[in-house]
Design a protein around this ligand. Structure first.
Ligand SMILES: Cc1ncc(COP(=O)(O)O)c(C=O)c1O
Length: 395
């Protein structure tokens, strides 16, 4: 009766969503999702702001708004960017219902069936899902500890069946590896993009979660604001529940996104934008970010030291300077799916690495989230994981 579209056929189910279901239904310790620590949610502040907003500007908050975004929220974004050393003009901003919508709009404005797009290998699984849905031909380019590798990128561009539509990267504390792209590498990737006239899409949800205190400039800043589309979100530095994010791009790109967004949801929630604008303008976002940095840095350090105590020889992991994840590699020939079956039964879960590879490979890798579990859960869960890996390697 229902004759579904090719998009439904092409879109795989998100492994993370499936895993989160397991996490919710049992008492397992989850290193799976990319969730912030709930103790950081500023509930009391939000209660006050919301009451104030409804009393004084309820007529605005409950109304439709501009597709580009509410001017107050855009103003708060401009100031937020400035405080992180970034210059962004209001006409370069399109507010979106979180960065996943930005990714969707990107596919609508740039990706036609069978178009080539370049992604990091591994990359964010939500982007793999969106690009598959759009019918893109994804080419994965390997990374080293400085980010996507320039030589490999050049090779991928040269051997692609069509000129790639864009290069999608996550330069800041990448999901899933935690790798932070070096300054030299940022410049090199911009140079390659410009040389081949291929735009770069910079997805940057974790930029603010920097444990070193030293931010590197975004590709948007380094490029002088041309040939780069940047996605930002409130989901990681604050909370994901209001679904607020923004795109930074050249005016022409913003206008095309706005045109498509009109047909998708008319506008992002005015209510949510005004609440968060007020929160940002109060200066409290910086306090929350600083608390998150301190909390996540401690959790990451705990996880790394527990891994060192509990993992057998032959297993390696990254030690990120920011973000929410670290990336573990099992010896060749071992499967993180088999590991998942053992450790889920013992009470700890994670996301298997194949979900982050655009060709479904990388099965001996896995992603561990440290922002969501408590300190005790990190201790207990890594012990479970260590025992599970030992059991797997004996087989
Ligand atoms: C790299 C990256 N992009 C986009 C998103 C989507 O985030 P949101 O839609 O909540 O802004 C995530 C979430 O984990 C992510 O890691």
């Amino acid at each position: 009766m229902y004759r579904y579209t090719g998009a439904v056929e092409r879109t795989p189910r998100s492994e993370i969503r499936e895993l989160l279901k397991v996490a919710r239904s049992t008492n397992v310790i989850s290193f799976g999702g990319g969730l912030p620590d709930k103790s950081l949610f500023p509930i009391e502040d939000l209660k006050q702001i919301t009451a104030d907003l409804l009393t004084n500007r309820g007529f605005l908050a409950l109304q439709y708004g501009a597709t580009e975004g509410d001017p107050d929220f855009i103003g708060a974004i401009v100031n937020h960017s400035k405080s992180f050393g970034e210059t962004v003009a209001p006409e370069n901003i399109c507010v979106v219902s979180s960065s996943q919508q930005g990714i969707d709009l990107l596919t609508h404005i740039l990706v036609e069936h069978d178009d080539v797009v370049i992604v990091e290998y591994p990359t964010y699984l939500g982007v793999i899902q969106a690009f598959q849905r759009a019918g893109a031909n994804m080419i994965g380019v390997k990374m080293d500890n400085e980010g996507i590798m320039p030589d490999e990128l050049e090779k991928a561009i040269a051997s692609a069946p069509k000129k790639p539509k864009f290069i999608y990267i996550i330069p800041d504390f990448q999901n899933p590896t935690g790798i932070n792209m070096s300054l030299e590498r940022r410049k090199k990737i911009i140079e390659i993009g410009k040389k081949h006239d291929i735009p770069i899409v910079e997805d940057s949800p974790y930029r603010e979660m920097n444990f070193t205190g030293k931010n590197l400039p975004s590709l948007w800043s380094l490029s002088g604001g041309t040939g780069i589309i940047t996605f930002k979100t409130m989901s990681k530095m604050l909370f994901p529940g209001m679904r607020l994010g923004w795109v930074v791009a050249e005016k022409e790109v913003v206008q095309n996104m706005v045109k498509i967004k009109q047909s998708v949801d008319l506008c992002t929630s005015s209510f949510n934008q005004l609440i968060i604008a007020q929160y940002m303008n109060s200066g409290k976002l910086h306090d929350t970010i600083n608390k998150a940095i301190e909390l996540y840095k401690g959790k990451k350090e705990l996880m790394v030291s527990e891994l060192a105590k509990n993992m057998p020889e032959g297993v390696s992991w990254t030690n990120p300077d920011g973000g929410m994840f670290l990336w573990m590699t099992l010896p060749q020939g071992y499967s993180s799916k088999d590991l998942f079956m053992i450790s889920a039964q013992k009470g700890a879960i994670f996301v298997t690495g194949n979900a982050f590879h655009c060709d479904g490979k990388g099965i001996n890798t896995l992603r561990l989230n440290y922002s969501f579990p408590t300190h005790q859960q990190i201790k207990d869960g890594i012990k479970i994981l260590g025992d599970s890996v030992k059991e797997l390697l004996k087989k």
